[in-house]
Write a protein that binds this ligand. Structure first.
Ligand SMILES: [Zn+2]
Ligand SMILES: [Zn+2]
Length: 300
């Protein structure tokens, strides 16, 4: 057995956890192989070439359009590709990624171009659209249920195998990165998606960047902790606002209110942070916690 592929449990030997390069850290991610269905292709080109020599891959389920989950698509020219309708346009037009990350004409654009080139990103032709609650039947008696979990991207989906109760949560990744900085991201939808997942009886969760979380209680607890990260961001942003002195999004720049530390992708993270603060603003306005005053916002 290769060290990056192993069955998730003794009971379900045909469901494999595929560990991505660099422990699944961006720009890579983990995958799940159920029979001949691979979920996401971001493990790295090197590992994907190895994987396809070991197992037949006839179908690829894509959790969403982001490059760290889809960069290996080009290495599977004979597989059928499935994605949610809301993410189809992007995966078929990778030249629009920067626009959807909100980084056109910013310092992060060059960094992104370089990364996309090094990942050799190509457009993927989608063979079939998947819908919420649809069940994809796999040989050997597996039934993969599509759980549409928008928020991270508009078409983000989790996949729930109904016999084993193993779920692939993709970029509801249960790390503290919690990302909703795309033009197609939505914070309120993100939180609703988390509530939707908590309702399921997931026994084992696999996420795109964290790996395996075992046990129904642990999975639920982890999703609740993940929600708490968002709530703490709410609190930090609200406490940065005042009742009298209006603040604009620009006043929040470089304040580390979302990310305590920036990584090697700092230029990008500063922009992402601003976009995410705007998504919190959208939520606060809807819940009447803040209101507009001149060009800025104050607490209601
Ligand atoms: Zn993503
Ligand atoms: Zn990811």
């Amino acid at each position: 057995m290769n060290d990056f592929v192993h069955p998730i449990s003794d009971e379900f030997k045909e469901i494999f956890f595929i560990k991505g390069a660099r422990e699944g850290k961006y720009p890579y991610s983990h995958s799940l192989l159920i029979g001949d269905v691979l979920i996401d292709t971001g493990i790295s080109s090197r590992l994907l070439r190895k994987l396809k020599r070991l197992y037949p891959i006839n179908t690829v389920l894509l959790s969403h359009w982001h490059e760290d989950h889809t960069s290996g698509n080009r290495l599977l020219p004979r597989a059928k590709f499935l994605i949610h309708s809301k993410d189809k346009i992007l995966i078929e037009n990778v030249n629009r990624f920067n626009e959807f990350y909100g980084i056109l004409n910013t310092p992060a654009e060059e960094e992104s171009e370089w990364l996309m080139e090094s990942l050799k990103l190509e457009n993927t032709k989608i063979d079939k659209i998947i819908e919420d609650n649809e069940i994809i039947k796999v040989g050997n008696g597996f039934d993969i249920k599509v759980i549409h979990t928008p928020g991270h991207t508009a078409g983000h989906c989790a996949f729930f195998e109904l016999n084993s109760k193993i779920a692939f949560l993709a970029d509801i990744d249960l790390t503290n990165f919690v990302f909703y900085a795309g033009i197609d991201s939505n914070l309120m939808a993100f939180e609703e998606s988390l509530d939707k997942l908590i309702q399921l009886d997931i026994k084992t969760a696999v996420t795109g960047h964290r790996g395996i979380i075992d046990g129904e209680e642990s999975v639920r607890e982890e999703i609740n902790d993940y929600k708490t990260i968002i709530h703490k961001r709410d609190e930090r942003i609200l406490s940065y606002l005042s009742e009298t002195n209006p603040k604009t999004i620009m006043d929040f720049k470089n304040q580390n209110l979302i990310y305590k530390y920036y990584s090697q992708f700092k230029e990008y993270e500063i922009i992402a942070e601003m976009i995410m603060i705007q998504k919190h603003f959208d939520k606060f306005i809807k819940n009447r916690l803040i209101k507009q005053r001149g060009k800025g916002y104050i607490l209601s």
